[in-house]
Design a protein around this ligand. Structure first.
Ligand code: ZN
Length: 524
């Protein structure tokens, strides 16, 4: 079964910041989880290139827009790759497949009678690339860009008759209670649509960068109408109809809460007009706020506020896995999160260095030191001894439901509190470092059980920390059974073959490589 998941496409007028990365990692965790559940996942990301901001930025740098956006697309993908984001495709909206699909789509909406030309005069924010109504302004300024002056713009544009879709949209929300998630966003959108929708301008005059309106080439397709279409043009709308129909509709659009209304009102109305099925779900995630260590002030992380942290800096200083762990465990995906180096170091040390990494190195070190890595022939095998009292099957059911609703931070809490704590407690209770002096075979049995715990943990953390998970799985010879790529939640409860169990992790001078070296903080 297909599972089509997308993220928002990004403006390449500057490099990605960690707020953008939060979204991509959240979508990646979902894509990896769905692959583990046996679905045929198609995961799309991309850059939103047909915007004035982008052509202005290229002009500032003295380059043509196309080489500029191509270079930025390369830089964005480099960051996503470094963060282990497993997207299957990356669309640049300056590509031919988007150009063709976009023109076909706007023509279909025009032919359906939902586009009209009218004169328009309003205040325009260059930062948001949208017109602002008086009630949206704060002290006469755009609330998102208080440092930029609004421009008064008057021109003849094409308008999409969004106002005429309000009833159909409300009926759709009603019939599909899961369409907008989380619940708080759903309520916002329902009341927005109930309060009345205005027709939206979908073209601009006199721009050379962007896609011309096919029935009036003096006009260029306006940024939102163009950008939203990436979800269909990337999979063949207008260029490969068969492929398009085999993938569309999207199972989920993962986007930021600030653009939920475009995805939940404008986008479904556009699709209704063009006669296409609607996406099944839209998930509006929260934002990551940056806490300033010296002043304690909290600000939204964005490029325009100049307080963004480069993901590559964090990846180089720590690791991609540490980055993923922090954002998925400390920031609720549906709500808002906070970033500070202090909190990052705390979460890293307690969750990764002292817990996950420590369990790994203790288990492996003992297996190597006491048995030369060979655990074959253990008697009294009991795969549940390390997790006495833990109902793993019930936990897996719970995790499935948490993953399905994007409650990643709760899922991680549950894995750490139930499974990792059980395994660490098992070491404390059995004390293999003492036991080995009196009963070698009983010690071997304890280490076999710990190896099994490491196998179970590897599968549980697979969507979140893909490379650590693989390191865990291949630490012992379990990989000789089921190949890592195919291992899923359903393997957790299987009893693996441990007859010839041995350490297969690479060793440095007889010791496992430390996975998460502790971060030294001022407090020590
Ligand atoms: Zn603005």
């Amino acid at each position: 079964m297909r599972f089509y998941i997308t993220t928002a496409i990004d403006y390449p007028n500057s490099r990605p910041h960690i707020g953008t990365a939060f979204e991509k990692i959240g979508a990646d965790v979902q894509a990896r989880f769905r692959r583990m559940e046996g679905l045929d996942v198609h995961f799309l990301m991309g850059n939103d290139e047909n915007t004035i901001k982008v052509s202005q930025r290229a002009e500032e740098l003295g380059v043509e827009p196309k080489p500029y956006v191509d270079d930025m697309a390369r830089q964005f993908q480099e960051v996503w790759k470094a963060l282990e984001v497993s997207n299957d495709d990356f669309i640049q909206t300056s590509e031919q497949r988007h150009y063709i699909g976009c023109q076909k789509f706007i023509q279909a909406v025009y032919d359906a009678g939902d586009i009209e030309k009218k004169a328009y005069q309003s205040l325009y924010c260059d930062g948001c690339e949208e017109f602002k109504t008086a009630k949206e302004l704060v002290d006469g300024r755009c609330p998102n860009h208080p440092n930029r002056a609004l421009r008064e713009v008057e021109e003849e544009n094409y308008f999409f008759r969004l106002s005429s879709f309000a009833d159909r949209l409300l009926a759709h929300y009603d019939a599909n209670p899961d369409f907008i998630q989380p619940e708080s966003r759903r309520n916002e959108i329902v009341s927005l649509v109930k309060s009345g929708l205005q027709d939206v301008s979908i073209s601009r005059k006199g721009f050379t960068w962007g896609i011309p309106v096919p029935f009036d080439p003096d006009q260029t397709i306006y940024v939102w109408f163009d950008a939203l279409l990436n979800y269909v043009t990337a999979i063949g709308y207008g260029t490969d109809q068969e492929r398009f129909e085999s993938i569309w509709p999207a199972d989920i659009h993962v986007i930021g809460k600030d653009i939920t209304r475009f995805h939940c009102a404008l986008w479904p109305a556009m699709l209704m007009s063009a006669g296409l099925p609607l996406p099944k779900r839209v998930f509006g995630h929260g934002f990551v706020y940056r806490k300033d260590e010296s002043t304690g002030e909290i600000a939204k992380m964005s490029k325009s506020l100049g307080n963004a942290v480069e993901p590559m800096d964090l990846i180089r200083s720590f690791s991609a896995e540490a980055f993923r762990y922090y954002f998925m465990s400390q920031c609720p995906f549906g709500g808002d999160g906070e970033f500070s180096f202090e909190r990052f170091a705390d979460a890293y040390n307690s969750g990764l260095a002292n817990n996950l990494g420590n369990l790994y190195s203790r288990t492996l070190s003992m297996a190597v030191r006491y048995f030369d890595g060979d655990l074959a022939g253990a008697s009294a095998i009991d795969a549940t001894a390390w997790r006495a009292g833990l109902d793993l099957s019930a936990l897996v059911d719970e995790l499935r439901s948490l993953m399905n609703t994007f409650q990643y931070n709760v899922a991680i809490q549950r894995i750490w509190a139930e499974v990792l704590d059980a395994a660490n407690r098992y070491i404390q209770v059995t004390e293999p470092f003492k036991l080995v002096k009196t009963d070698v075979e009983a010690t071997r049995a304890v280490l076999v059980n710990l190896a099994e715990a490491i196998r179970v943990i590897s599968i549980l953390i697979k969507p979140f920390l893909p490379s650590t998970a693989e390191t865990f799985y291949s630490a012992f010879s379990f990989a000789e059974g089921a190949a890592w790529e195919t291992v899923s939640y359903s393997d957790i409860l299987k009893r693996p073959d441990i007859a010839d169990l041995k350490v297969t992790a690479p060793l440095i001078s007889g010791k496992p490589a430390p996975l998460f070296p502790k971060i030294e903080t001022k407090a020590g």
